[in-house]
Design a protein around this ligand. Structure first.
Ligand SMILES: [Zn+2]
Length: 478
């Protein structure tokens, strides 16, 4: 009896020890699994050439990318042989933002690769999938894009090279961003050599909206106007008698079609986009203050944005710059260059009572179960323009649309504030880019800011402004 009992006790002890070891090993595995899921270094996954990348892709099906209103921008499906392929259903529509997977990675695909290859389905489901050899579904990325607005911008730009970018002013959400020439991310590997052919030199992969570098043309008169207001303590008194052209040193600046605008105040000079008045204004500005205003509006600076890489805009005058060059700079010619994103940010700040919000396109990560894994909160960069300056600029930009250079454009029932531009980009003055920058608002106070540039198209009022109207209509129709 006693012997039997002690034998039983010893067996029981062994069972406890073995169970304990199993429990420790099991807990260790769980702990490893959790820490692997939660903490695995992003660098491994960002580098597409890293072997760990494919290890991750073995366990998780790359998540989808969506517009804000739920259209699929990128998804993973299987080909005839059961191999996973990445598909972009709208082909070129979002190419510069979504990017691609295939020849390395670019765009959101690269930036959010880590998140798309993580799965936040329940741990139980993940373990179950792992044991049965089924892949877990990766998390999805929801962007800020509105599908119909993007489509209107893409189709409106048509066969022109150029860019359209539309921003929600009070959040910085990018509602639409198009750049042309474009490419089909579904076939990027197939056409890789053509796309990168330097002879071809069309910079297909370049996102012109964020990294294009353009002469701003008359859209820059917004900045020159601000410089004038700031130098005169906000007093908008100004008068000029336009004779159709003005001589500055040995250089003559012409108004569009040499039109004699006659006697003008600041509002008239702005809404007529009078080059003579602005050349005169420019050469009489205090040069240091002019430079300071441009830099306050983020020229020569990194743009505050949550986007990956953006082009710095350049404003290149100093104390030694010839007067004729300063005059050209005041009307957006000369050595000044901007990205469409930057111009959209400036008008977005005007639309948002002077406060600039940092633009972004990645809104949130959502698990297959619908749980929000992470969400971008709008970030304010602070005030660029005072409220009294905003009030004056609103008057001037409204006059452009009501009875200025854009008065022939049909914006429907929307209230629109804008500035057209026709920017010369070569010594042959007949070659001009067509610009429109501004914003629209409806009766509910909803707003959309926009910058449109159509390369080589001609007058801003004839091409870029009507395209802006199409984009506004698509957005506000909802
Ligand atoms: Zn004039």
């Amino acid at each position: 009896m006693t012997r039997n009992n002690s034998h039983k006790n010893s067996i029981r002890k062994e069972i406890y020890v073995i169970a304990g070891i199993f429990a420790i090993v099991f807990l260790g595995m769980i702990f490893y699994l959790i820490s692997f899921l939660k903490n695995d270094s992003k660098e491994f996954i960002y580098n597409s050439y890293n072997a760990r990348f494919s290890v991750f892709a073995d366990d998780v099906t790359r998540g989808n990318i969506y517009t804000e209103d739920g259209h699929v921008m990128a998804k993973t499906t299987k080909d005839d042989e059961g191999k996973e392929v990445r598909v972009y259903p709208d082909e070129r529509l979002f190419c510069h933002s979504v990017g691609y997977v295939g020849k390395g990675m670019a765009g959101l695909e690269a930036r959010y690769s880590f998140d798309l290859l993580k799965s936040h389905i329940t741990l139980k489901d993940q373990i179950n999938n792992s044991l049965t050899g089924v892949k877990s579904q990766g998390d999805s990325l929801y962007t800020t894009f509105d599908y119909d607005t993007q489509k209107a911008a893409f189709e409106g730009l048509g066969l022109f090279d150029g860019a359209v970018i539309a921003i929600e002013p009070d959040t910085g959400k990018i509602i639409s961003m198009v750049s042309k020439p474009d490419y089909n991310p579904n076939t990027i590997a197939e056409y890789w050599d053509d796309i990168n052919d330097e002879e071809n030199n069309s910079s297909v992969l370049l996102n012109r909206a964020t990294n294009g570098s353009y002469p701003p043309g008359s859209t820059f008169k917004i900045i020159t106007t601000l410089a004038y207001l700031r130098e005169h303590s906000g007093d908008p008194s100004f008068s000029f008698d336009c004779k159709g052209s003005i001589d500055v040193s040995d250089y003559t600046i012409h108004c569009s079609s040499n039109k004699k605008h006659g006697s003008e105040d600041l509002l008239k000079a702005f809404s007529n986009s009078c080059n003579s008045a602005y050349a005169y204004m420019g050469i009489n500005l205090d040069r240091d203050k002019f430079i300071k205003t441009a830099e306050d509006l983020l020229f020569n600076k990194e743009l505050p944005t949550l986007l990956d890489s953006t082009k710095k805009s350049a404003f290149k005058i100093d104390g030694d710059t010839k007067e004729s060059i300063v005059a050209q700079t005041a009307i957006g010619q000369g050595a000044t260059s901007v990205s469409p994103l930057h111009m959209a940010m400036i008008v977005s700040a005007i639309a948002n009572d002077g406060i600039i919000m940092e633009p972004y396109i990645a809104d949130k990560i959502i698990s297959e179960d619908g749980e929000i894994v992470s969400q971008t909160e709008p970030v304010s960069f602070g005030r660029l323009i005072s409220q009294s300056e905003v009030d004056l600029l609103n008057d001037y930009m409204e006059a452009v649309v009501m009875d200025g250079t854009a008065d022939s454009v049909d914006f429907g029932d929307l209230k629109v504030y804008g500035k057209t531009g026709t920017a010369e980009y070569s010594n042959n003055k007949k070659l001009t880019h067509s610009w429109f920058v501004g914003y629209a608002t409806d009766n509910n106070g909803k707003k959309l800011a926009i910058a449109v540039i159509m390369e080589g198209a001609g007058y801003g009022s004839k091409y870029a402004a009507p395209l802006a109207a199409k984009v506004f209509n698509a957005y506000f129709e909802k």
